[in-house]
Design a protein around this ligand. Structure first.
Ligand code: TMP
Length: 222
């Protein structure tokens, strides 16, 4: 997958990091902790999420997450996720990066590959073909994959309150999600940092920080 450090004019684009993983792995918490750390260094990143991240995309998110687990067909989910992504990328992600702002996104292209392509059964080829126009060249530079046994993630999630449509899917689906992410990470080891998420949040945050520091040593140099 292409890495988008420069635009067509050869100008450097601001770093784009994504957080991925199954349900309850702690992506949102870790994204916040990384944003806080970057701010302490004088970098003010944009914190965003998918599906969502712009008013229109947040409206699609509400449609996607409500209802019974089989409310939408995987193909319908794919079109909805990509409708949201097209808006979010064009109106939020691309302008931020073009203005030199780091972007931290909670879920992105790999969630679509895994939830709709692998666990959802549509296959990676179809997902890739349909998502390319929505992504518009904004591929992540670094993807933090938080990995956790499925039962642990779902237990964490159920303690946090009522689940979304995806959380209520059967255990087999969630096992495929975990395996799917690990499969993608093995295909692109240079883009992914796979971080075990069972440890306390501060330990996980430290591991993430090492991966970020290694990948963006130049951008973080004083
Ligand atoms: P979140 O609650 O972790 O933000 O994720 C919302 C749900 O949306 C999550 O269960 C995974 C699902 N999802 C997809 O199925 N496809 C996608 O492309 C994205 C971004 C999320």
């Amino acid at each position: 997958m292409s890495c988008s450090e420069t635009d067509e004019g050869g100008r450097r684009r601001a770093p784009f990091l994504t957080f991925e993983g199954g349900e309850g792995v702690g992506k949102s918490t870790q994204l916040r902790l990384l944003a806080r750390r970057l701010r302490s260094l004088g970098i003010d990143p944009l914190e965003t999420r998918e599906p969502g991240g712009s008013p229109a995309a947040e409206a699609v998110r509400r449609l996607l997450l409500a209802g019974a687990p089989d409310h939408w067909l995987p193909l319908s989910e794919l079109y909805l996720v990509l409708a949201a992504r097209a808006d979010h990328v064009a109106r939020v992600v691309a302008p931020a990066r073009a203005a030199g702002r780091w972007v931290l996104c909670d879920r992105y292209v790999d969630s679509t590959r895994v939830y709709q392509g692998l666990a959802g059964g549509l296959g990676l080829d179809l997902v890739e073909r349909l998502q390319r126009p929505a992504v518009a060249g904004e591929w992540p530079d670094l993807t933090i994959l938080l990995d956790l046994p499925v039962e642990e993630g779902l237990a964490r999630r159920s303690r946090a309150g009522p689940g979304s449509r995806f959380e209520d899917k059967d255990p087999d689906f969630h096992a495929q999600v975990r395996q799917g992410f690990l499969h993608l990470a093995a295909l692109e080891p240079q883009r992914f940092a796979v971080i075990p998420a069972s440890e306390p949040p501060e330990t996980v945050a430290e591991r993430i920080w090492h991966a970020v520091r290694d990948r963006f040593a130049r951008e973080l140099a004083p």
